[in-house]
Ligand binder design. Sequence first.
Ligand code: SF4
Length: 374
Amino acid sequence: MKFVDEFREPGVIGKACGEIRRLADPNRHYRFMEVCGGHTHAIYRFGLKDLLPPNIELVHGPGCPVCVLPMGRIDDGLSIGKDPDVIFTAFGDMMRVPGTQGSPLEHKARGMDVRIVYSPSDALELAKKNPGKHVMFFAIGFETTAPSTALILMRARALGLHNFSVFCNHVTIIPAIRAILDSPDMRIDAFIGPGHVSTVIGCRPYDWIARNEGKPIVVAGFEPVDVLQSIVMLLEQLNKGEAKVENQYKRVVPWEGNHAALKAMGEVFELRPYFEWRGMGFISQSALKIRSAYAEWDAESRFHVPGVRVTDPKAAQCGEVLKGVLKPAQCKLFGKECTPERPVGALMVSSEGSCAAYFNYEHRKNAVLTSIGA
Ligand code: SF4
């Protein structure tokens, strides 16, 4: 496949692995955090972990927006959907995420009007076609998806479409990285920076990680060669005693970000003073709120939202996995009470969740190897 095959070419992968072995100090243990869930999936899907020397440990970060959403926010969104005049819409990723009374799909089975959309504009179109109903879009995502929500709110206002609103759960990546670096039980040597988010925010917002924290960060793409090359670049920095921001994903990520997308976000959103993250508690200025000029399309202004706070089931260790303190298989529920078919936590549901990635690739691979006695 054009533009993909070259980043999966075995010869290039072999060369990158050789370079990593040459650069890695055998007397040192490296801990690199891949911030983005997309990287976690690439690492397990392509078996990249097995290609690395054992002293390079990849730590999974908080870059899965579905995973970091606390259960209370899901309950809050579903409480709006209980209104018989409301059509609850969300991306497919959200549909199986458990709230305290079940997932959106389980609510649908009980009669709630829940529909999967592939973009916010699908939700807007649904509102146009159903003037007698109110269509609420459960918006989720980092800066990657926030611009499309902003544009759709601008469109709804321009059209004067009053039967449409957004329940905004957009979060921002920088405060989450800061919270991880502030965490006393966390030692990270360097970061594989998020590729998708950076297409919007660019590379500059990571400057402080290098300058103030002395940690190298390389924004990386999602193919095997991208991830391995970013590890080469991190090792080169560490060997030279440097800490800077580098962009491995130049074919997609502009250094200065996407001005049009940032402008749309600035027009529609402001920062919330605080927002709760699953397992990480309240993080200041870490999420987006719809500005008062768009209050008519803000579900939190139009509907009563109970503001539910719910702790995860006691045995679930989603928070520790999200912070990179535990690996997915170290959660007591992994592969037993919690599987992709019967998820307890969002990390086992989302296409970017580290538990789902570990289960679908590593866990199944190990099961096959065990079954053939390998
Ligand atoms: S295995 Fe399930 S409960 Fe445990 S951390 Fe993963 S998603 Fe959460």
